[in-house]
Design a protein around this ligand. Structure first.
Ligand SMILES: Nc1nc2c(ncn2[C@@H]2O[C@H](COP(=O)(O)OP(=O)(O)OP(=O)(O)O)[C@@H](O)[C@H]2O)c(=O)[nH]1
Ligand SMILES: [Mg+2]
Length: 356
């Protein structure tokens, strides 16, 4: 009767449902005729949990769908619709150019993407060109990951590093993976506190030190502790700003080097967090960090609050790096795996009648 519950990943909920089921089954089987109000309430509780679980099972699918991108990018799409208010089968070259400018796609990239397209452009023609903008980014093989898999999170102040770490940790937990955090932003006491608050909220271990202490020592301790405890994923926070850019550069280089001492080839990913509300100006930041320590991929945050979603094209294309995730809100759930196909399709759905 309740066999579908076995598919549910969230073991706490499964346990609770199973306990309730057992109680109901035990009580009702002892005297089938006398299901008291208490038991009926328990049945109601089971049904309620069942509904919640079904919603949760649906949620990840929905988060990867085109529909989800459409909602997350609603501000960007409002701008696009101001140029093409009615959906059409073919759209003029000038209108496409204007709507991509409205979405904050860099002009240089627009020219490159549209080179040689006819006066009236079909969905298929435009789709091909837009998806291609993401294609040079190297594919990342996420099978056979080392254990622990160490990710170093970098980016300027306020970009959303700490919040994104919480989102990544939450995602790991939901995937059934253990995770440990390293509070490597030792520059500000508030940064250590903020990450600690997330760690206790998500119930994940954290390695931290006092403000002003050596950030690379925190990184070393986090990786060593994760190795000792057989943890799957390590995520290390870093400072976004120090007294000078040179200090920051030196500190990040040192953290990377020390990670490698704690574990061969660590950090396995250096992820750049970019604030999506900054649009194309975030590219210069990313280039600066890329020169300092080299970046493997990007996470763009705050897409929910911006009309500059078109900057994703320029960011990925200019930096020749994959966008792994996008942040679409402030809660631990608000991280979506980025898919160029879904992103482009959800954009085209706003302006073209033709589904193909
Ligand atoms: N709407 C929205 N807000 C976000 C998102 N990601 C982060 N924020 C908010 O942006 C603000 C800054 O986020 P933090 O995670 O503290 O940024 P940070 O890079 O760690 O900042 P510093 O530690 O100061 O360098 C917070 O108020 C977050 O709640 C997002 O995807 N959407
Ligand atoms: Mg922070």
């Amino acid at each position: 009767m309740f066999s579908f519950f076995k598919k549910k990943k969230d073991t706490d909920d499964i346990k609770k449902v199973e306990e309730l089921e057992n109680e109901v089954v035990e009580n009702t089987s002892s005297n089938e005729e006398e299901i008291s109000l208490v038991e009926e309430n328990k049945i109601d509780e089971v049904v309620e949990l069942e509904k919640e679980i079904i919603e949760e099972i649906k949620e990840p699918e929905e988060k990867n769908s085109k529909g989800f991108f459409s909602r997350a990018l609603s501000k960007t799409f409002e701008n696009i619709k101001s140029v093409v208010p009615q959906k059409k089968e073919k759209i003029s070259f000038d209108d496409i150019e204007e709507l991509l400018i409205e979405a904050d796609m860099e002009y240089e990239i627009i020219e490159k993407a549209m080179d040689g397209l006819p006066e009236m452009i079909t969905r298929k023609q435009l789709r091909h060109r837009l998806v291609m903008l993401f294609e040079h980014a190297p594919n990342v093989d996420l099978s056979n990951l080392p254990k622990p898999f160490v990710r170093l999170i970098i980016g300027v102040n306020g970009a959303g590093k700490t919040t994104t770490i919480a989102k990544l940790a939450n995602m790991s937990k939901k995937d059934g993976k253990s995770v440990m955090l390293g509070a490597g932003d030792t520059f500000r006491a508030a940064a250590i506190e903020q990450l600690s608050t997330w760690a206790s909220k998500l119930d994940v271990p954290i390695i931290k030190t006092k403000q002003g202490h050596d950030a690379s020592a925190v990184a070393y301790d986090t990786i060593s502790s994760a190795i000792a405890k057989n943890i799957d994923n390590v995520i290390i926070d870093t400072a976004g700003r120090l007294q000078t850019q040179t200090n920051l550069s030196n500190e990040l280089k040192k953290i990377v080097k020390v990670c490698g001492k704690a574990m061969e080839n660590a950090p396995h990913q250096k992820l750049m967090i970019l604030d999506g509300t900054q649009g194309n100006s975030a590219i210069a930041q990313a280039k600066a960090f890329n020169e300092m320590i080299g970046i493997n991929g990007i996470i763009v945050t705050k897409l929910d609050g911006t009309a500059k979603g078109g900057a994703l094209f320029s960011i990925s294309n200019q930096l020749e790096l994959p966008i792994f995730y996008v942040g679409v809100g402030e809660s631990a759930e608000d991280l979506v795996e980025f898919s160029p196909d879904n992103f482009v399709d959800s954009l085209l759905d706003e302006i073209y009648t033709d589904e193909k």
